[in-house]
Design a protein around this ligand. Structure first.
Ligand code: FES
Length: 127
């Protein structure tokens, strides 16, 4: 598996259909769920979870970006903070195993397909 970074907006709110939990922001609640899921799959050392403060897509919480050197970058938007941690961690696991992070569309869950806002090519390696 190739190490990857999962950026998650810690400030995203819960969606209109989700109830606030424990006084946390939706993004922070999601981060906590993701930490648990990563540990359950023993991925905590492969997928680096990096909270960020706003990704400028506040109207479509929750927003995350998955990337790694020489791999595609996936920008996902509108993920449920309470119901999509399992699917997102599963996708992270797929991403770390497929060459170039090119997880075939048919291999992605419906949650990931629906949340995929942008997929960027790998940045060229510096000379
Ligand atoms: S608060 Fe999450 S994108 Fe702005």
């Amino acid at each position: 598996m190739i190490p990857a970074t999962l950026f998650v907006c810690s400030l995203c709110r819960f969606s209109a259909t989700e109830k606030s939990r424990g006084g946390l922001s939706g993004g922070q609640y999601f981060i906590n769920q993701l930490q648990t899921e990563l540990a359950a799959r023993n991925l905590q050392d492969t997928v680096h979870l990096q909270p960020v403060r706003c990704m400028a897509a506040c109207s479509r919480p929750c927003n995350v970006t998955l990337g790694a050197p020489d791999r595609l970058t996936f920008i996902l938007s509108g993920l449920s903070t309470t119901e999509s941690a399992t699917e997102l961690v599963e996708f992270c696991q797929q991403y770390t195993t497929y060459p170039g992070g090119r997880v075939p569309f048919k291999e992605r869950s419906a949650v990931i397909r629906a949340a995929s806002a942008f997929i960027l090519p790998a940045l060229p390696a510096p000379n």
